[in-house]
Design a protein around this ligand. Structure first.
Ligand code: ASP
Length: 411
């Protein structure tokens, strides 16, 4: 099947899924296993894909260039994360979210408190690599892959056989992605039908404003922040680029998992001209720690719940909220619903009762779709910016000026 046709079928699956969900209502539940099958197929790829692409990416880049790329990537991650949280806070206040809400009876939830920061840092280092892979601990695999990649680079020719083998593994994994994607139209159809069927207007109506604000924030983050970065730093046409990566955005929207979407994200950015090394370096890390959509959502929900519980937020609480939302988004795993659990960290920091989570939990899937979509778009933008400023062969069709290399930001 031609690529273009596959992307079209995925979109058709999406549209038909909405129709089926509307017709079937809660009965669409029986379709869910077909969606879960798709998520499991994607998840199956994540560990070998992260390890092989990141290790070869790091070995391929090496030295000063690696340090420069890392610096660019992290500056981008944090700059856009700050923007997303600010957008979330401004919107939540502009719409007076949660003010005058009568909370009614809330089910007591057992909040899962996140571990202290020092432990998060320590847990980056796996004590047993095989165990980390078996548990699918993305951050630990990333840590090992980076160290291993650097070491392969340092070993030079002596490490060539293993380098070739891992490159071969990465290539084979890309082919597995191709195979899995044939199932994508069905998976997307089933997931979206289930979501629409389960979260009908009745469930969503009381939270319409909260949902609207999160979606509006997500649109602004993509439409203003990412578009400005693409255009002014990368010299890339934002609309064309966003259209080019639409398949990844759609898979993220329906699966609610940035890690699960990683195989698709890898593929679309390479089709836009990002090199394998850059994609392998920027994307696995991004899918794990770069989550602007989640940061924005956490900021909005925290203000919503603070207002709903009558907790007054002064300037210092807002600063605390912003900082913890960024940290919580970094600590959030790229799986469905993880952002809701990490919201506990933000709520406890500003003294909002954790029972508020029960309120959000009922509609979280709908918010998760938007934030995961932004999380993935965010990663694709990071990859494009690094590629453009490293003068890789980004598709000339995407560039503002049709030059062989992008203008602007020299390293
Ligand atoms: N589902 C999100 C993701 O995978 C994480 C979250 O729940 O915020 O990107």
């Amino acid at each position: 099947m031609k690529r273009q046709r596959l992307v079209l079928y995925i979109f058709l699956g999406f549209l038909l899924g909405i129709v089926a969900g509307l017709i079937l209502g809660p009965k669409a539940e029986w379709l869910k296993p077909f969606g879960t099958f798709f998520i499991r197929l994607l998840s199956m790829l994540v560990v070998p894909l992260i390890f092989s692409t990141l290790a070869t990416g790091v070995a391929g880049v090496g030295g000063i260039k690696l340090g420069r790329m890392m610096l660019k990537t992290f500056i981008y991650y944090y700059a856009t994360a700050i923007c997303s949280v600010i957008i979330g806070l401004l919107l939540a206040n502009a719409f007076n979210l949660g003010v005058g809400l009568t909370l009614g009876e809330l089910a007591k939830v057992e909040p899962k408190l996140p571990p202290p920061f020092s432990q998060i840092v320590l847990e980056l280092v796996p004590t047993n690599v095989v165990d980390a892979a078996a548990r699918g601990n993305a951050l630990q695999i990333i840590f090992f892959a980076i160290v291993f990649g650097v070491a392969m680079g340092m070993a030079g020719q002596a490490a060539d056989p293993i380098k070739k083998a891992i490159e071969g593994l990465a290539e084979a994994m890309y082919r597995v992605v191709d195979i899995v994607l044939y199932y994508a139209p069905v998976g997307v159809f089933a997931l979206i039908a289930w979501t629409v069927g389960n979260f009908g207007a009745k469930v969503l109506a009381p939270f319409a404003l909260l949902i609207f604000v999160v979606y509006l924030g997500c649109i602004l983050q993509v439409g203003i922040v990412y578009s400005a970065f693409l255009r002014f730093i990368g010299g890339i046409r934002p609309l064309r680029y966003l259209y080019r990566i639409r398949e990844a955005a759609l898979v993220a929207f329906t699966t609610c998992s940035s890690s699960g979407t990683l195989p698709v994200t890898m593929r679309v950015v390479q089709e836009a001209g990002v090199s394998k090394a850059t994609a392998g370096f920027v994307l696995p890390m991004g899918a794990t720690v770069n989550m602007d959509g989640t940061g924005l959502y956490q900021a909005v929900c925290a203000v919503f719940l603070a207002n709903a519980f009558g907790v007054h937020l002064g300037l210092s609480q807002y600063v605390l909220l912003a900082v913890t939302a960024i940290l919580a988004s970094i600590g959030t795993a790229g799986v469905p619903g993880a952002g809701l659990i990490m919201l506990t960290m933000v709520l406890s920091a500003i003294g909002v009762p954790l029972e508020g989570l029960a309120l959000i939990a009922g509609i979280d899937r709908v918010l998760d779709m938007a934030r995961t979509c932004v999380n993935v778009v965010d990663d694709t933008v990071a990859a494009a910016l690094v590629a453009a400023t490293e003068r890789e062969d980004v598709d000339p069709d995407l560039l503002v000026r049709r030059a062989p290399a992008a203008p602007a930001a020299r390293a």
